[in-house]
Design a protein around this ligand. Structure first.
Ligand SMILES: Cc1cc2nc3c(=O)[nH]c(=O)nc-3n(C[C@H](O)[C@H](O)[C@H](O)COP(=O)(O)O)c2cc1C
Length: 175
């Protein structure tokens, strides 16, 4: 039998990877918006612009599986209530969604929006990686909402400049 890390220890360790917070939206069988909070959003490649989200089977998973389309809305620090809403309530009803950008459901106050078409999927346990090519994207200035150690956080840390102790490579990043 293969050995797996203890789930509680894994959850605690994984929570130390700080992320932004997104709401992934799609359309249900009636064309109504559905959405869920997701921090598994990752950029994959620049050419073509490609991203992925890892979604557990549920209402939004069903919608993305059926339509093969989803939008990723990156939340601002002000929008913790939206992050909570979409983490608990599967229905997007009552949430401030806007139908724009070729029929993708976008949150107008998101600091970035990506409209994606699924080009590949990978099934892992009870999740699916939905790899999507980005058909349209927008952004606006604003402090991001963050998630770290299982808590929503607001704002950014101080910028680390190249001359500072923590130098970073000038080239070689995919995005
Ligand atoms: C900060 C945060 C990040 C989350 N990220 C994910 C994620 O990446 N994938 C996932 O399947 N669920 C994630 N969840 C849980 C879903 O938001 C939650 O299970 C949601 O109700 C599922 O909606 P659905 O019923 O439409 O599938 C996250 C929750 C929170 C609070």
């Amino acid at each position: 039998m293969s050995h797996h890390a203890d789930p509680a220890r894994f959850r605690a360790a994984a929570s130390r990877f700080s992320t932004g917070v997104t709401v992934v939206t799609s359309s249900d069988a009636e064309g109504a918006p559905v959405g869920m909070t997701a921090n598994s959003f990752t950029t994959v490649s620049m050419q073509p612009p490609t991203v992925l989200v890892s979604l557990k089977r549920g209402r939004t998973w069903q919608a993305v599986s059926t339509t093969r389309r989803y939008a990723v809305n990156v939340l601002a620090a002000d929008d913790v209530a939206i992050g909570r809403h979409f983490a608990g309530a599967a229905m997007a009803q009552g949430a401030p969604v806007l139908d724009a950008c070729d029929g993708f459901f976008l949150l107008p106050q998101a600091i970035a929006q990506f409209g994606c078409e699924v080009v590949s999927t990978v099934e892992i346990a009870d999740h699916t990686l939905f790899i999507g090519e980005v058909r349209c994207c927008h952004h606006q200035d604003g402090l991001p909402l963050a998630f770290y150690a299982s808590r929503f956080r607001s704002g950014l840390g101080a910028e680390i400049r190249p001359g500072d102790a923590m130098a970073y490579p000038a080239e070689g990043w995919s995005v």
